[in-house]
Design a binder for this molecule. Structure first.
Ligand code: FAD
Length: 381
């Protein structure tokens, strides 16, 4: 049995599978790569929504796409045409299956279902300790999230989600429009909103997202979901087909500092989640693609993994503003959606805006508290 590989990918979730997929598609080189995950990943454990202009190689597994999004809060109610973008939804089961199907045909990859207990490196190699055995590699890419992080001066808050895929007897949903954010639920000290992603007229994912370090009990999430469906959406009779739950960190903590010569962190563990929004899917795909290109061209992968990101400053402003209590998430997002085109907001969240656009975003429509946090952040630098 082989125990030595050129690359080992720890965690075959979104980031691990994306890296393997782009390596398989892009590289003509000979290598041996082992992917390890503790779970079989044969079910839907999350649903990814994202905006995109045009299409990508994953278009065939897009479950639905929306030409419009809805934003709702106590001060703003808008249905917005987002052309040339479309808002899209991919269910994780389809994504995992799509990539497994590609990798099964590629003899350079092996897949192992086992629990990773630890990773160590020495001058010559990296040793991965599994429940069943040890495996060796020149370079490990780990998407296994750290448990104990000391965030220090870096702001951090958890985003927790609970969602139900529901089915109604009568046609109810508009499949061309996703509810991007609905703040019209009881607001407390944390940031909380609902989103709704219809698959068709009779079925949708209805999900609650909360930014707070306090994880709720299952019953508490379920209560909010039930009330929202019955009271806000006014659906009396519905069936819950599936549910999903998850937690991700929203932080400007520089995860890349944990990278060593032979162990590199990717995905959530590598800090690829956008700190101010929690969106990660398209960032993971584009980073994984760049990483695969660097490996294929035998370039230093640190060029990709430690590239400077000036947008972290804006994430810090956002997190400072909402965590310090100077403003709240509803106010900030309402400010943005009240005065700015959604296309500009998407461009900003994609970290593609220029200086003039950034000034417009931070000094225009957002609340005074948000602009103040922006200038305070500049002053403490
Ligand atoms: C419920 C939910 C909804 C989300 N929705 C969106 C969205 O709509 N849009 C968006 O852009 N982002 C979204 N995200 C954020 C982000 O896209 C996902 O969290 C994404 O899956 C992160 O990918 P990852 O590879 O870093 O982590 P994961 O996909 O969680 O992969 C990590 C893998 O490591 C494995 N693993 C962990 N520990 C071990 C171990 N000891 N041994 C072996 N294997 C191990 C796990 O089984 C898992 O497969 C969402 C996240 C959640 C949780």
């Amino acid at each position: 049995m082989t125990t030595s590989y050129d690359y080992i990918i720890l965690g075959a979730g979104c980031a691990g599978l994306s890296l393997a997929y782009f390596l398989s598609k892009q590289s003509q080189q000979q290598f041996r790569c082992l992917l390890i995950d503790k779970d079989l990943k044969q079910m839907n454990d999350r649903t990814w929504s994202f905006w995109q202009k045009g299409t990508s190689e994953f278009e065939t597994i897009v479950e639905n796409k929306y030409s419009h999004i809805r934003f709702l809060s106590s001060s703003v109610e808008k249905s917005l045409d987002i052309a040339p973008y479309q808002y899209k939804m991919i269910r994780s089961k389809a994504f995992y299956q799509f990539i497994w199907d590609t990798l099964k045909k590629d003899k350079r990859f092996e897949i192992l279902f086992d629990q990773v207990l630890g990773v160590q490196e020495n001058e010559n190699e990296c040793i991965v300790r599994l429940e069943s055995r040890e495996v060796h590699t020149s370079m490990a890419f780990s998407s296994i999230h750290f448990k104990d992080i000391h965030y220090g001066k870096h702001q951090n808050v958890l985003q927790h989600f609970k969602g139900w895929i529901i089915e109604t007897e009568e046609p109810f949903f508009d499949p061309s429009c996703a509810t991007f954010m609905d703040f019209k639920i009881k607001q407390l000290k944390d940031v909380r909103f609902m989103y709704v992603l219809p698959s068709n007229e009779n079925s949708a994912l209805v999900e609650l997202a909360v930014f707070s370090n306090e994880i709720w009990s299952n019953d508490d999430y379920d209560e909010v979901l039930k009330n929202y469906i019955q009271q806000s959406l006014k659906i009396d009779r519905f069936k819950i087909l599936e549910d999903e739950f998850g937690i991700i960190p929203m932080t400007t903590y520089p995860f890349e500092k944990h990278n060593s010569n032979r162990i590199k962190y990717i995905g959530t563990a590598g800090g690829w989640v956008k700190a101010s929004s929690g969106y990660a899917f398209t960032r993971i795909l584009s980073k994984a693609k760049l990483l695969a290109e660097a490996l294929d061209n035998r370039r230093n992968v640190d060029e990709v993994l430690t590239a400077k990101n000036k947008f972290r400053f804006f994430d810090q402003v956002f997190l400072n503003a909402i965590l310090s209590g100077k403003t709240n998430g509803e106010e900030v997002f309402s400010g943005l959606f009240k005065g700015l085109p959604p296309q500009l907001i998407f461009k900003f969240l994609d970290e593609k805006t220029n200086l003039i656009e950034n000034i417009r975003l931070f000094t225009g429509p957002p609340t005074w508290a948000f602009s103040k946090a922006f200038f305070e952040e500049i002053l403490v630098r």
